[in-house]
Ligand binder design. Sequence first.
Ligand SMILES: C[S@@+](CC[C@H](N)C(=O)[O-])C[C@H]1O[C@@H](n2cnc3c(N)ncnc32)[C@H](O)[C@@H]1O
Length: 239
Amino acid sequence: MASTIAEIPREVLETFARSDEYHNSFLLRPDEGLEYASEHIKENGLMHHMSVPASQGEFLKLVVLAIGAKRVLEVGTLGGYSTIWIGQGLPEDGELITLEISEVNAKVARENLAKAGIRNARVLVGNANETLAGLPTEEPFDLIFVDADKQSYPNYFLEAKRLVRKHGVIIIDNVVQKGRVADGSFARPPAIGVYPNDSTVDGVRTLLKLLKEDKEVEATTIATANEKGYDGFLYAIKL
Ligand SMILES: C[S@@+](CC[C@H](N)C(=O)[O-])C[C@H]1O[C@@H](n2cnc3c(N)ncnc32)[C@H](O)[C@@H]1O
């Protein structure tokens, strides 16, 4: 049985993209560093479609500015596109740590960050599950942005909650996935018979179950419709 929710007609996707582009044309300023990064990510064969859309990058920067963040942690760097947006919101003495499993991606990200003039960012290479476990709680983060392998989301959330300050913000990307997360035909692994099996969906579902029981955070899902289709991110505050 194929999922019906996941299949968004092309005309609808085009409407999302057109609308996003229209709004961006009024709200986003051209930025050489970000434009260079997008191209450099493509030239190096990285999966550029995995970078956040520009409107979401601006949102991350706005959150950094709104909460006066000085220490930010990102899980999932790719080529550093979202890292640049976050870095642009940070003050001179701010600190940004971004975690990436791939040495190749990290190299491209470091080049992009240097070109964009983001000097206070460090890319730490390794499996984020292990890197996070080694980060101390003594210097908590103001904002943590999670955008890596979805099956690790439950652990990334628990680590983020441990490492973020009281009333700090945790943003977790791709929690809607074109509606697949809420689509019962995507079964928990191991899937059987005709049912599709998707561990990225399962990671988000487990995260949502954790949040339902968690009295230490307040959270909501912000759905997004843009050039990348229909998705959403989770916005949480540690109480
Ligand atoms: C969606 S991309 C990140 C996009 C980036 N935040 C942006 O918007 O520009 C996810 C990244 O997470 C990395 N990743 C996947 N599993 C990981 C893991 N276990 N530890 C650290 N990084 C991981 C991937 O290599 C990939 O570069």
